[in-house]
Design a protein around this ligand. Structure first.
Ligand code: SF4
Length: 338
């Protein structure tokens, strides 16, 4: 059974920070084969991540969370993006491909779920970590020294000896540290981590999360952590954004969202996190599955699965509204009589 991390108490919630990245009405449309038409996967997403803030983006597979993150770095060449993504005062969606390329790795970096698919099996670890710097014109010796320093910082045993080792000589957890080193060697200010612990066993998963926690605190690094598993969010993130069918449906401080989730989908996700003392026969799963983007239901896209739906839910799309320090998209906020 997975580890369920202890929740932060409300007093440990961080104050509002200076914005690092602000996303405004971001949409992502993907082409449908060669038909010339497209399908909207991300549908008008707004959020801000503060300097040094750790934010989790959570949702089931197909919710649009990974495509949202990839859109921030403009990684999908076929995706049509609209809206604004302000990073340090620059709209990333308006940057030339060349300038965007320079920014990747230096200001914003990303790590993915499967380190093996990211690492070149024929290149030494040292060369792969140093490559980000070499591309930016850093000399060979300095790039190697900085690669060594970051591998050391990330707890790779005998890093100096292992600079000349190959990926297959490392365990899964150590490979994820190497991929993290590749992302961090350029000293980014925002790290996007897309399900970085999903392929790891629970013990190694905890080690990687602790490591991310340390590095983020020490470097003042903002992290956007993408996961389908609310259980890992509690111990790591300060804020959580819940995504469903291409939209954010709840956004708030982790402690308050876990203590009192407002959106029925968030309530279901929290109920589905297994507890250490739970009888396996009582495990909960939200009934049904998220709709495919081409067949979104009318009104609230969650309504076919929602046990609290009422009259207008199948007709009107709920807007994301402020509720105290959080934001929630659900008609229940207006009362069932509305
Ligand atoms: S708007 Fe209606 S269907 Fe959607 S989550 Fe709220 S209660 Fe459920």
């Amino acid at each position: 059974m997975k580890t369920v991390h202890p929740l932060p108490d409300a007093a440990s919630v961080v104050p509002v920070r200076q914005p690092l990245i602000s996303v405004d009405k971001l949409t992502v449309d993907m082409p449908l084969g060669r038909s010339g038409s497209s399908v909207r996967i991300v549908d008008g997403v707004d959020f801000t991540i503060g300097v040094g803030e750790r934010v989790a983006l959570v949702g089931e597979s197909g919710s649009g969370k990974s495509l949202t993150a990839r859109a921030l770095m403009r990684l999908d060449r076929l995706a049509k993006l609209s809206g604004r993504v302000d990073f340090d005062g620059t709209d990333l969606l308006k940057l030339s491909d060349r300038d965007m390329g320079k920014l990747r790795g230096s200001s914003i970096a990303m790590v993915f779920q499967d380190p093996m698919s990211f690492l070149d099996p024929l290149m030494t670890i040292g060369d792969q970590v140093a490559e980000t710097l070499r591309i930016r014109g850093v000399g060979k010796a300095e790039a190697r020294n900085r690669a060594l320093a970051v591998l050391d910082e990330l707890g790779v045993d005998r890093a100096a000896e292992r600079l000349d080792a190959y990926p297959h000589e490392f365990s899964g957890g150590m490979r994820q540290r190497v991929v993290l080193a590749m992302a961090l060697v350029g000293e980014p200010r925002l790290l996007i981590a897309d399900e970085p612990t999903t392929a790891l066993d629970v013990r190694v998963q905890d080690q990687v999360l602790d490591l991310l926690d340390d590095v983020s605190t020490r470097r003042g690094l903002a992290v956007l952590f993408i996961t389908h598993d609310l259980g890992v969010v509690a111990g790591f993130a300060e804020r959580v954004m819940v995504m469903y069918s291409g939209r954010i449906v709840e956004d708030g401080e982790v402690a308050s969202v876990f203590a009192k989730p407002s959106h029925p989908y968030t309530q279901g996700l929290i109920k589905a996190v297994p507890r250490i003392d739970q009888d396996l026969n009582t495990l909960y799963a939200i009934p049904g599955a998220p709709p495919p983007p081409l067949a979104r239901p009318s009104g609230c896209p969650f309504h076919p699965r929602c046990d609290q739906r009422f009259g207008r839910c199948g007709v009107d799309l709920p807007a994301l509204q402020p509720v105290g320090m959080s934001r929630v998209a659900c008609h229940l906020l207006d009362g069932k009589g509305a």
